[in-house]
Design a protein around this ligand. Structure first.
Ligand code: NAD
Ligand code: GLY
Length: 357
C-alpha cells in the first residue's frame, strides 16, 4: 500500500506528514527526523503497552527513555509537563534531543509543549495514534495543557519535525473514538473544500467500515487542507480561526457535561450543525446545506443535536467564555454553505439561543 505524504510548508521549519499502514516499523524513514542522540518517548498507559515495543525497535543506537502519562484529558496538566521536563533532565537531554509523542491528542499536545519548553525549544516528532490526532492535533504546531481556569489555556506554537500516521494503529482504536475523528475530517471539508465534502458523501460507508484506501485518502485530504491554512496563518491571526467551526458550541457542550458526556469530536459534530442552523437563521446559508451536513454526520453515526440535558441559557453562558470573543460580543465561525466558513462578529445572543432551544 502506498504511503501518502502531505507537506506542511513553513520555510525553514517545513515538515512531512506521512500517512499509511506500517509506518511505525519503517524507522529508516522517520529516523531521518531525529538529529541528536537523545530521545524521550512520551506516551500513556493505554497506548504504550500496544505500540511502545514496536517504536523501540527503531530507536537502536540512541540513548532513549520513556515517560508514561495516566490516560485521559484530566492528565493534560502543567504538573505533568514538569514531570516530562524532569525525565528529559534525567536522560541528560541536550539541545539536539528529540521528544517523540506516541498517542492521541492529549499526549501530543502535552509532549509538544514540553519540547517547546526544554532549553527553549527542542525537536519533536508526532506519532498520532487516534484518528482525531492524525487529522487535526498532530498537524499545525498547537501544543499546550489545560488549567483549572479552562481548556488549552497554556501553550505554545511549536511545530513538529515530522508526523508519522501509521494507519495500522487504528485497528485497536475504540469505535466511538474513531467516529470522533471522522467528525474532524468532515469539519475540514465543511469549512473550505466542497469537492472533498462531496467525496465524503460518496465514501461515507467505506469510511465507516474503516476501508484502508479511502481512509488514507480522507486523512491525507484533511491534512492537506489544514496544512494549507497553517502555512498561510501559522499563529492564527485570521484564517486559521476558521478551523474552529463548531468549536464554540462544542466546547460549551463538552464543558457542561464535565468532559465526560461527549467526546471532543462529537461536540464538534453537534457544534457544526448548530453553526449551520444559526447561519440559516441569519440568512447567510441555505437550509439544504444544513441538511446535507446532518445527513453525512448521521451516516457516520455521529450525533447532530445536543442531548437536551443542559439548559440553553447555561450553554450560552459557557459560550461567552470562548477565546475568540471580544469584550461583550459573541464571535463565531459560521458558514455561507458547504465549504464557505467565515468569522462573524457581533452575533446577537437571542439568535444563538434560538438554535440552542
Ligand atoms: P486522547 O488522546 O484522549 O485519546 C482518546 C483515547 O484513545 C484515549 O483513551 C487513548 O488512550 C486512546 N487511544 C489512543 N490511541 C489508541 C489506539 N491506537 N488504540 C487504542 N486506544 C487508543 O484523545 P484525542 O481525541 O486523540 O485528542 C483529544 C485532545 O486533542 C484534546 O486534549 C484536545 O484539546 C486536543 N486537540 C488538540 C488540537 C491541536 O491543534 N493541538 C486539535 C484538536 C484537539
Ligand atoms: N485545531 C485548530 C487548529 O489547529 O488551529
Amino acid at each position: 500500500m502506498d504511503i501518502a505524504t502531505v507537506d506542511v510548508d513553513l520555510a525553514g521549519r517545513s515538515y512531512p506528514v506521512w500517512i499509511g499502514p506500517g509506518l511505525l516499523a519503517d524507522n529508516a524513514r522517520w529516523r531521518t527526523a531525529i538529529r541528536g542522540r537523545h530521545v524521550l518517548v512520551v506516551s500513556n498507559t493505554t497506548v504504550a503497552p500496544l505500540y511502545l515495543d514496536a517504536l523501540a525497535q527503531g530507536l537502536d543506537g540512541l540513548r532513549w527513555s520513556s515517560y508514561l502519562l495516566e490516560d485521559g484529558e484530566t492528565h493534560k496538566t502543567f504538573a505533568n509537563v514538569g514531570k516530562v521536563l524532569e525525565a528529559l533532565g534525567e536522560l541528560g537531554a541536550t539541545r539536539d534531543a528529540c521528544v517523540i509523542a506516541l498517542g492521541g491528542g492529549v499526549v501530543g499536545d502535552l509532549a509538544g509543549f514540553a519540547a517547546a519548553c526544554w532549553m527553549r525549544g527542542i525537536d519533536f516528532v508526532q506519532i498520532p495514534t487516534t484518528l482525531l490526532a492524525m487529522v487535526d492535533s498532530s498537524v499545525g504546531g498547537k501544543t499546550g495543557v489545560n488549567l483549572p481556569a479552562g481548556k488549552n489555556l497554556a501553550g505554545a506554537f511549536h511545530q513538529p519535525r515530522a508526523v508519522v500516521a501509521d494507519t495500522y494503529v487504528l485497528d485497536t482504536l475504540p469505535q466511538r473514538e474513531f467516529r470522533a475523528g471522522l467528525a474532524e475530517i468532515v469539519k475540514g471539508a465543511a469549512i473550505g473544500d466542497p469537492d472533498f465534502f462531496a467525496w465524503l458523501e460518496d465514501h461515507a460507508d467505506a469510511l465507516s467500515g474503516r476501508e484502508t484506501g479511502p481512509l488514507i485518502e480522507a486523512i491525507a485530504r484533511k491534512c492537506r487542507y489544514k496544512a494549507g491554512v497553517v502555512a498561510r496563518d501559522e499563529t492564527e491571526q485570521g484564517e486559521r480561526a476558521l478551523l474552529n467551526l463548531g468549536h464554540t458550541f462544542g466546547h460549551a457542550l463538552e464543558t457542561a457535561g464535565n468532559y465526560s458526556e461527549i467526546l471532543h469530536g462529537e461536540g464538534v459534530a453537534i457544534g457544526m450543525v448548530l453553526a449551520a442552523k444559526l447561519s440559516e437563521r441569519l440568512g447567510m446559508a441555505p437550509a439544504t446545506d444544513t441538511q446535507r451536513l446532518v445527513t453525512l454526520l448521521r451516516r457516520l453515526d455521529l450525533p447532530t443535536q445536543p442531548s437536551g440535558k443542559h439548559a440553553a441559557s447555561r450553554l450560552l453562558e459557557l459560550m461567552r467564555l470562548d477565546k475568540k470573543n471580544t469584550a461583550g460580543t459573541l464571535r463565531l465561525i459560521l458558514w455561507r454553505g458547504i465549504g464557505r466558513a467565515e468569522i462573524v462578529a457581533g452575533v446577537a445572543e437571542d439568535d444563538v439561543l434560538g438554535v440552542l432551544i
